[in-house]
Design a protein around this ligand. Sequence first.
Ligand code: ADP
Ligand code: MG
Length: 330
Amino acid sequence: MTALKLTNVNKSFGSVHVLKDINLEVEDGEFVVFVGPSGCGKSTLLRVIAGLEDATSGDIHIGEDEVNLTPPSKRGIAMVFQSYALYPHLNVAGNMSLALKQEKQPKAVIQERIERASKMLNLEDYLERYPSELSGGQRQRVAIGRAIVREPKLFLFDEPLSNLDAALRMNTRIEIANLHRQLGASMIYVTHDQTEAMTLADKIVVLRDGRVEQVGSPMELYNNPANQFVAGFLGAPSMNFLPAGLVLDGDTRTMGLRPEDLYLSEDGAFAVEVSHVEQLGGDTNIIAQMKGQQITARLFGQHAVSAGQTLTLGYDAASAYFFDASGARV
Ligand code: ADP
Ligand code: MG
């Protein structure tokens, strides 16, 4: 069954057209990530799905129901925001139970759901604590718990990890993936971070300037990007874009080469001068210059390379992508 279906959804704020003809389906139990640069319309799209903003035109179905005019509280969704906005005067249990009390759920139901959610989120020992007595990661888990206890048909996450430090972000990312497996619920997760998108999603929706650029599994998008924007957005370090004429006489296209597809080679295609080296231990990023172009290579393992050195990089013809002047894959 389909958990969510958007048909020709548009959203304008006054004369500013923010969402442009969005068509999209989320299957039951699917983890869908909306990814794109800041300002491309991710939050607006999530808020339109939640009912916090009205679509200017188009249809929104959640499950079987058309919800265009349904208020947020009746849509069967729960939303987790970047700023977790817990009630400071309520303890963890109080924060998690508030919505259920407002729904007038029986005490036993509330008790049971809080127990289950706090066990899932490792918050059992913190139920009596107030938000000011919790770490950032714990607060974000309470915010997620508040969503879980409502047993929504659809979870909406808007950049929930942005306020956490790098180590905590990775742990919480894994927790969210586990949670999705345990709950089997449909989830939509918004992020500008391609790593979060690649690691969490069953299906990635790449947005740019209010339009859907491409939809597919992480590996479909990585291996088979429809255009230069998607190719450059997914993968880190980003794909190199070079005039194909540098190595293919008379070719006017743009050539795309992933840093991980370049290697050191005596008779390689690119004679480069190294301008910077990032030694990461497990691998080595080489940033180099060649005929006024910058090229980044990601080499597996450790390499004794330093700035100022010249070397030659090679690639296999099969690993090259090509784009026309409009950015379309050719
Ligand atoms: P993202 O979440 O991808 O960073 P947003 O959805 O927040 O992007 O914003 C998309 C665009 O819509 C931005 O240009 C933003 O300025 C504009 N926008 C968002 N909300 C409003 C609003 N209430 N009024 C006017 N413009 C808005
Ligand atoms: Mg946003």
